[in-house]
Design a binder for this molecule. Structure first.
Ligand SMILES: [Ca+2]
Length: 492
């Protein structure tokens, strides 16, 4: 944006603000001025401006894509896309739930830092998103499809909505050019129709699949429950298999939609100029998945295609955090990430240049949904640090048992509860799923124990790595101004 346009815009905003609360408006005004300065600086840079299309599936673990070595699941479009781009084996979201994970994707910061751990909170305007920053430098920007989840809960009670309205807390419609929720493909096409010619665009396109409830007829040729290989931490019952097959079906349906997204881009002649990123917003609502800090909760599929810029078919096992996407997008579009962004750009990795990877990624678990804290499904507090080989989970509410997120009411879960009571589950599965309390700390060797069965905490051989990971988590929590008690207490 040119300086004269910036002044006019700021002036008109100032006039509009006079009707509102002065202090609140002053904060917002200063925030917008800083955004304008950022934009003016950015505009002065000579840069390339590719389009950016971030496509999110909902509740999707890395293990559930053909390209990640899954021979059962039908994901032909994602598999072909992986061959054209780069596959990330170890991409971790910042939280195992929609809202905080998406807040990190948007801001390049942890959900703790941007005060989004209570789940259905609206993301404050003081935290700038990558889309806003691109908008300020001339992009046409939007969010579309399934809820982007950052304007508070859609089913909030009237008391909450009144607070949102009085304080203008639902902000995305004014922050972006296009902010809608609904039919993903229809809105995607509408967004592309509206994007002005000659102006680059950036869009976060969200899909509902494979979020529960799972449809019985998602695809014409459903997966056969009997033929699926179950992960090692799954109980093997007909009910579990049926549910798992329907979850696969929804992923296959998403795969079909993803194919249409790519076709549309090609049809419009945009494929060559567009970075397309596919990612799961958090892990599957399955055993030890969504809502937990285990691998199935945090390790999501991440595929990136950027024609002419990255080597087709590349694969990496570098640690990537959900916080890293925003700074990567900004750099790819010629902008500098904000200094407060803790995410690290992996642009060099995409370009095949020398890249110093992360030693650790961190994630957090807080409230889920908007309900009262009746169990660890609606409310849990935990943190995790994940290194190249080992990870350490900190269960701050260790006294409470595991409770699945989004499927505690399903018949297959109720049947498992009964089997546990009757002593019909294996001791390992009974311990993993139905222990009356959890350990405060869990340490896993992901190389020798990828299913996270054996907690190594307190083991003398692993004392050094336990100390290292606790210290790394301690540092992260201090620097993020985390409100939880630190994992290393004072020496007695
Ligand atoms: Ca989700």
């Amino acid at each position: 944006m040119k300086p004269d346009k910036i002044s006019a815009w700021v002036l008109s905003y100032d006039v509009r603000c006079r009707a509102g609360d002065k202090n609140e408006m002053k904060t917002k005004f200063l925030s917008i001025v800083s955004l304008m300065i950022f934009a003016a600086t950015a505009a002065a840079q000579n840069r390339q401006q590719p389009n950016v299309l971030l496509v999110l599936s909902d509740d999707h673990s890395a293990a559930h894509v053909g390209a990640y070595g899954n021979a059962d699941i039908k994901t032909p479009n994602l598999d072909a896309f992986a061959k054209e781009g780069m596959r990330f084996n170890r991409a971790y979201v910042a939280a195992p739930q929609c809202v905080p994970s998406r807040a990190a994707l948007m801001t390049g910061r942890s959900p703790v830092a941007v005060r989004m751990t209570r789940f259905s909170a609206p993301l404050s305007e003081e935290y700038k998103t990558w889309l806003e920053l691109l908008r300020a430098s001339g992009y046409f920007t939007g969010v579309a499809g399934r809820s982007y989840h950052l304007d508070g809960s859609g089913n909030a009670p009237p008391e909450t909505k009144a607070v949102f309205d009085k304080n203008h807390l639902r902000t995305f419609e004014r922050r972006l050019d296009y902010a809608k929720q609904g039919n993903s493909l229809a809105q995607y096409r509408e967004f592309l129709d509206l994007a002005p010619k000659g102006k680059p665009f950036a869009l976060q396109l969200c899909f509902s699949d494979p979020h529960r409830p799972l449809d019985a007829n998602a695809i014409p040729e459903p997966h056969d429950p009997k033929k699926l290989k179950l992960p090692a931490h799954y109980p093997d019952t007909p009910g579990v298999r049926e549910d798992f097959a329907r979850y696969y079906d929804e992923i296959a349906r998403f795969d079909g939609a993803f194919g249409q997204v790519l076709d549309e881009l090609k049809k419009r002649g945009l494929a060559g100029d567009t970075i397309v990123i596919f990612m799961g917003d958090n892990g599957a609502s399955q055993f030890r998945g969504k809502g937990t800090l285990y691998e199935y909760g945090l390790n999501v599929p991440l595929l990136v295609r950027w024609p002419g810029k990255l080597k087709a078919g590349a694969v990496t096992s570098e640690l990537i955090s959900g916080e890293d996407l925003a700074p990567t997008f900004l750099e790819a579009c010629g902008l500098k990430p904000l200094k407060e962004m803790t995410g690290r750009s992996f642009l060099k990795l995409l370009r095949g240049e020398t890249y110093t990877g992360r030693q650790y990624v961190f994630a957090e678990r807080g409230a889920h949904g908007s309900g009262l804290p009746t169990g660890t499904s609606p409310f849990d507090l935990g943190r995790v640090v994940i290194g190249k080989r080992y990870k350490l989970i900190y269960n701050a509410l260790w006294q409470l048992p595991y409770q699945p997120v989004d499927f505690a009411g399903q018949p297959f879960w109720k049947e498992l509860q009964q089997m546990h009571k009757d002593g019909k589950l294996s001791p390992d599965l009974s311990r993993l799923l139905f222990s009356p309390a959890r350990p405060m700390f869990e340490l896993f060797d992901l190389e020798s124990d990828p299913s996270e069965f054996k907690n190594l905490i307190g083991s003398i051989e692993h004392a050094a790595i336990e100390g290292e990971l606790k210290a790394a988590l301690q540092e992260w929590m201090i620097l993020e101004h985390d409100y939880l008690p630190l994992p290393i207490p004072p020496r007695q």
